[in-house]
Design a protein around this ligand. Sequence first.
Ligand code: SF4
Length: 305
Amino acid sequence: MTAASFSSDNGKPASSDPESRSARPNPTLKILTVEESAAAAEAAKRAQETEAAKSAANAIPEMGGARVAEPPLEPTPEFLAELQRESDALENETPQAILKWAVDRFAPKFTMATAFGPEGMTIIHMLAEIAPETPVFNLETGYQFQETLQLRETVLERYGITVEYKYPEQTVEEFEAANHGPVYLTDPNRCCFERKLRVLHQAARGWHAWASAIRRDQSEDRARAPIVGWDKKFQLVKISPLANWTKNDVWSLIMKEKIPYNPLHDQGYPSIGCQPCTRSVLPGEDERSGRWSGFQKTECGLHSS
Ligand code: SF4
């Protein structure tokens, strides 16, 4: 007794005409014995189980952020109501006052993530005056512009603040070798997930709160950001001191205080992410239109719910 498997070297389907098959036997026809067929099925099942185990091992843990801090911070209804009250009360405060509140309320469990954008540089400048000891980190995907990396050195020189790099587990070379090439070309969501989100989940463990540099007028997603709120994705209190600021507010302060900024902003790059996924924009184009140009993607996923 045999089980038959038909294959074709050129990938085209074999003829369905039985006469034709018997008259001109396909030289690539592979006849499997029942034992071979059963072994192939078993191997496929094992491969599937290995893949499932791998995904489970790589999954983002349900518990993270402030919930695994010491002491842990749980988003109880009472705590969420408190955050809402504080957010409302801070709605008309200056970014400096909001940061001061955050430091008083959450330090030393208060941190900041930055991509060295103009908003992030503005917050670093403010933190240098209010609480320079605040730990600041950057998600170093391995794909950032050299000009961006240089800003880390400038921050150290100007403010004495060392921005810590947080790296993905795999180097760019390992990541691309394991994925048959650059993942940003085919699946930027997965690339951002592996190079940014997973790293931030890890970096968020043990903190109570983090500052983000988002502005409400940057995108529809960001328009709903509270000043203070619970970040479900990273399970931290998220504080957005610049939520009510405009681009002009940010750049006015940068000019007034001579805050260092990425020189690429003077070369047509209003929003800067990783080099392969950022292009310059034309006058009149949306400021984030140079990010993931050509893809239906506007956010890396760090600030979207
Ligand atoms: S911005 Fe581009 S290169 Fe950077 S992590 Fe996302 S997809 Fe990858």
